[in-house]
Design a protein around this ligand. Structure first.
Ligand SMILES: [Zn+2]
Length: 298
């Protein structure tokens, strides 16, 4: 339906936005590009419908074409149809600011908990007593300004982040999260790369002090996206992580049920991984710089 905002063209391997296609349809309605549009994830054939004054431009599948079972656009479509849930499914087209805001929110959530456990018993009691909603007014008198302001900036960042998101730590994901976009934060312990004859897949093992581990799989089309170096960066990441005890990590993923009704977690985009707040490319660069320096000293 009209949830896909970008698609690829199978002739020129270029990504087109709806606006681009509208312009093209106006200037060159017979363009071959318009006849060779495909889903950016699963490559099923798509048809472009131009904007009219009664509706927005949108992409639909060709008759008899279907997004593959694991394509996120299929999930989105079914999710919207079957559920009244106001949770948005993972949107690859969240802008950078929205993604960052979710990552920051998760980071603060994780670190606040860490500070809480280190706090004295008195402070803990105080936090338990305080219900942020009902005692908001009263608390502003008793509670120090710093703590109050942390709370308010947290909720702001959550509200301003656009679509709603579920925040989880390893062990916290349940069947009810199926169909949801999740920001998962924990320790990245291991990255495995599976090579099969027809596809590549990476598995990320994310854990925390609870001892629970969540496995996040790259989505089936992850490595066939038209971005250079996806595989080599994942390989480098795997090597880097194997030399550490784990790295603090936050990622945006999508939860769905597999054929045996178990929760499966999928990562769709490289841009949805953070260490814990910096993107993969920067993390790799920084680590390699540090290793060079260390090698020089040695
Ligand atoms: Zn698709």
């Amino acid at each position: 339906m009209n949830l896909i905002k970008k698609c690829n063209c199978s002739i020129d391997n270029t990504s087109y936005k709806l606006e681009d296609l509208n312009r093209l349809k106006e200037t060159n309605p017979e363009s071959k590009i318009l006849k060779n549009l495909i889903c950016p994830i699963c490559s099923c054939k798509l048809e472009f419908h131009r904007k009219t004054d009664r509706r927005r431009a949108f992409l639909s599948t060709w008759p008899k074409e279907k997004h593959s079972d694991l394509c996120r656009f299929r999930f989105e479509y079914e999710e919207r149809r079957n559920s009244s849930s106001s949770y948005n499914t993972l949107d690859s087209y969240l802008n950078g600011k929205e993604v960052k805001s979710k990552v920051n929110y998760m980071y603060n959530k994780m670190h606040k908990r860490n500070t809480e456990t280190e706090n004295s018993k008195d402070q803990k009691k105080d936090k338990h007593r305080k219900n942020p909603i009902t005692t908001k007014k009263a608390s502003s008198k008793k509670i120090t300004k710093t703590r109050g302001s942390v709370r308010s900036s947290d909720s702001q960042s959550a509200n301003s982040s656009g679509s709603r998101m579920t925040y989880r730590e390893p062990g916290g994901i349940t069947l009810q999260d199926s169909g949801r976009s999740i920001t998962l934060g924990g320790i990245l312990k291991k990255v495995n790369l599976d090579k099969t004859s027809d596809s590549d897949r990476a598995v990320l093992y994310i854990t925390n002090d609870s001892g629970k581990t969540e496995k996040v799989y790259t989505a089936p089309a992850y490595f066939s996206q038209s971005t250079d170096g996806l595989r080599s960066r994942m390989e480098t990441l795997s090597k880097i992580i194997s030399k550490t005890n784990g790295q603090e990590f936050i990622c945006l993923i999508y939860a769905t049920l597999d054929s045996k009704s178990n929760i499966q977690l999928y990562l769709y985009e490289e841009g949805h991984m953070f260490f814990p707040k910096i993107p993969l490319g920067v993390y790799i660069y920084n680590t390699e710089q540090q290793n060079k320096k260390r090698a020089l000293k040695a």
